[in-house]
Design a protein around this ligand. Structure first.
Ligand code: HSE
Length: 329
């Protein structure tokens, strides 16, 4: 069955998904719309899609909201730049899609961290799908895995390493790099956000903590409820002191339910080497779910990367199709 998708934004993550569809997909292959090979040729030769050759049915010049409302696509792939303070324009993109009866898959943290309840309610009212697996740990199923494979447990705590840049920097600092040198390497490797303040001051993790708390644990917390400290004050001496004590610094995001209260925080912690999170080095992310029945379960994997984040959009689309098929068969 054909599934028409419209990309709103076509930076690295959008190209990551298009690349997967192009390479991978006999059964994923789209039957109509843009010629993806030509899309890549245009992007690589001109840096933008405006120069895509004129062809029958092609409409150019619409802004993003007009495109969302007027396209004949079933699903909007929302991969625009995330303004994490306002969540815009991605929040308005999601609303416009739902209001016009279209599904949304996105990797944008802003709308989910800032407006999840309202958006998911609207999607439900309109009977459309809202997928956002890639907002936490890219294609590593940090959101869907606990809700599906761990269903039936009460998850009392979620604790993890949710930022690849800062984890990479801490690993390199332990090995003797300076803070600035380690940051430069993370930027050169493409892990860091456009403004690395989000990575090193913990703001990126704070958004992921809110998403996990509200979506996986069913809580209702806001960004301001999460205390937040980054790693910019840590020095080579701090690394050495931890090492001497058989410990390691990690930037940890935590949500913990205790006696009816919820504690949510982000901050650097010195953790013992026996903690499963201590062995997570470089740009890898990991999360431990403390379950009342299954005990602690740790999931580790990529937290960023174009192909990995592109995959998160694909798995949302596949999940949507499977769920739809299950309802209609
Ligand atoms: N800059 C983020 C990181 C990308 O380093 O983990 C994924 O949110």
């Amino acid at each position: 069955m054909a599934h028409r998708i419209a990309f709103i934004g076509f930076g690295g993550v959008g190209q990551g998904l298009a690349d997967i569809i192009l390479d991978q997909g006999k059964e994923l292959k789209e039957k109509e719309g843009l010629d993806l090979q030509k899309v890549f040729e245009t992007i690589h030769s001109t840096g933008a899609l405006n120069e895509y050759p004129e062809s029958p049915g092609l409409i150019k010049g619409l802004d993003s909201l007009q495109t969302i409302k007027q396209t004949n696509a079933d699903t909007i792939v929302e991969v625009t730049f995330t303004d994490v303070r306002t969540g815009q324009p991605a929040i308005d993109h999601c609303k416009a899609a739902f209001q016009s009866g279209k599904n949304v898959v996105t990797t944008n943290k802003g709308p989910i961290a800032l407006a999840y309840r309202g958006l998911s309610k609207l999607a439900e009212e309109k009977g459309v799908f809202f997928g956002f697996e890639g907002t936490v740990m890219s294609g590593t199923p940090a959101l869907r895995m606990p809700l599906t494979a761990l269903a039936g447990n009460e998850i009392t705590e979620i604790r993890g390493i949710f930022n690849g840049t800062s984890n990479y920097m801490l690993t390199r600092m332990e090995e003797g790099s300076s803070f600035d040198g380690a940051l430069k390497e993370a930027q050169d490797n493409g892990f860091a956000e456009a403004d690395p303040t989000n990575d090193i001051e913990g703001y990126d993790v704070r958004y992921k903590v809110v998403i996990l708390a509200n979506y996986v644990m069913g809580l209702q917390i806001m960004v301001e409820d999460v205390s937040c400290k980054g790693i910019s004050h840590l020095t080579a001496q701090d690394m050495d002191a931890a090492k001497l004590n058989g410990e390691r610094w990690k930037l940890i995001g935590t949500i913990k339910k205790e006696n009816g209260n919820v504690k949510a925080c982000v901050g650097p912690e010195r953790i013992p080497l026996t903690d499963p999170l201590a062995s997570i080095t470089g740009a890898i992310n990991a999360v431990t779910y403390t379950c009342n029945l299954a005990g602690p379960i740790t999931l580790a994997g990529a937290g960023a990367g174009l192909k990995e984040t592109g995959f998160s959009l694909l798995i949302d689309l596949i999940h949507f199709h499977r769920a739809k098929k299950a309802v209609t068969t």
